[in-house]
Design a protein around this ligand. Structure first.
Ligand SMILES: [Fe+2]
Length: 357
């Protein structure tokens, strides 16, 4: 197996370079470092599938590093470096505005250790994409991006023993975790350069559309639009993450869950806006089509996200094809995707080596 996409440790340090051959030792080492998954290159397929990120790896890695440093600063009673925050958010907005035809592929590659920081960057990226979809101007995108990136900054004031507790929290502990919203608001509103609306994202990102959230139980449009956007992004990205207590959901499972939460937990219009930016069948994933054949998604088209270009690799009798071929599903009205294969299907068909693990 060959690494398809470089794996970064939170602080922009490369753990596994794209192109590196994964030996048993290398896999063991990555495992020990808490890397749950890496993209691997498919050697059976002549063309390489490289999931394209919506922002350059370097920008992502530097932003993760910056968020980590910001959290560290606050824990050490130092000030946030606001200039750096604005800088990074601006680069992300620039990238997303120039790449507005790209869908989010993110099957998410990160270590448990820097979960909070990688998650913050994902939430920022997903929120800005949603903001672009609902036609925010640059000023609003900035306010949204800054608040989204720092939405959980209040966690720096919560006792880490409670925050990292692996098992169930008691009532008091849970109340303390919930207070990260108030803490975050208090922190951010003290910076004159940060918009009060950005600070409200920290305050309101756990409010629920139906009024059952916290800290204040605000309902519907009483919750600021920025916070409603970040709530959707926060939930979606959390579902895709490998956590110590459960493996991640697939994109399809996460979208199903999001759909169920739409109109209950989350603003339905903003769920739709976020979902319009997600590749329902991500590049590299395996799908079964209506002819019974199985293919790998090679390319997605934002205009027709349910009809990607696939490479057929297994026939309807489960035989691997020695000569694979491409089908552009947008050109064939009669062929549909029946399902995205999940881990169980993949094992049953013995297709592990085709999977971007
Ligand atoms: Fe939060």
């Amino acid at each position: 197996m060959v690494v398809a996409r470089s794996v970064y440790y939170g602080d922009a340090h490369v753990l596994a370079q794209a192109g590196m051959v994964l030996t048993h030792d290398a896999i063991k080492r990555l495992d020990e470092l808490g890397v749950a998954s890496v993209y691997i290159r498919e050697q059976y397929i002549p063309e390489m599938v490289e999931p394209e990120d919506v922002i350059p790896e370097k920008v992502r890695a530097e932003t993760i590093k910056m968020v980590k440093a910001s959290f560290g600063n606050l824990q050490n009673h130092l000030k946030l470096d606001i200039k750096r925050v604005f800088n990074k958010v601006n680069s992300i907005i620039d990238e997303l505005l120039t790449n507005d035809d790209i869908l989010v592929q993110l099957t998410d590659i990160r270590t448990f250790d820097d979960y909070l920081f990688a998650h913050s960057v994902n939430v920022c990226v997903l929120s800005i994409m949603t903001g672009i979809t609902v036609h925010f101007d640059r000023i609003k995108l900035n306010e949204l991006g800054v608040g989204a990136l720092l939405h959980d900054i209040g966690k720096t004031k919560v006792n880490p023993d409670i925050l990292n507790k692996p098992d169930d929290l008691n009532r008091q502990e849970f109340d303390e975790v919930k207070r990260h919203t108030n803490y975050g608001f208090e922190i951010l509103r003290n910076y004159p350069d940060i918009s009060l609306l950005s600070a409200h994202i920290a305050f309101q990102h756990h409010e629920r559309w139906d009024g059952q959230g916290y800290p204040r139980g605000l309902r519907g449009e009483d919750i600021h639009e920025y916070a409603r956007i970040v709530a959707v992004a926060d939930v979606y990205d959390a579902l895709l993450a490998d956590r110590p207590y459960r493996p991640s959901y697939t994109v399809n499972q996460a979208l199903t869950i999001l759909e169920r939460m739409s109109g209950v937990y989350l603003d339905p219009n903003l769920v739709t806006a976020l979902v319009s930016n997600i590749a329902i069948y991500p590049v590299g994933s395996l799908v079964e089509i209506s002819t019974g054949y199985i293919g790998m998604v090679m390319e997605v088209n934002k205009a027709v996200p349910t009809r990607p270009v696939i490479r057929v690799i297994v026939d309807n009798l489960g035989r691997r094809l020695t000569r694979t071929h491409m089908i552009d599903l947008s050109q064939f009205d009669t062929i549909l995707i029946i399902k995205a294969l999940n881990g169980e299907d993949i094992d049953k068909l013995n297709l592990r080596e085709y999977v971007l693990v």
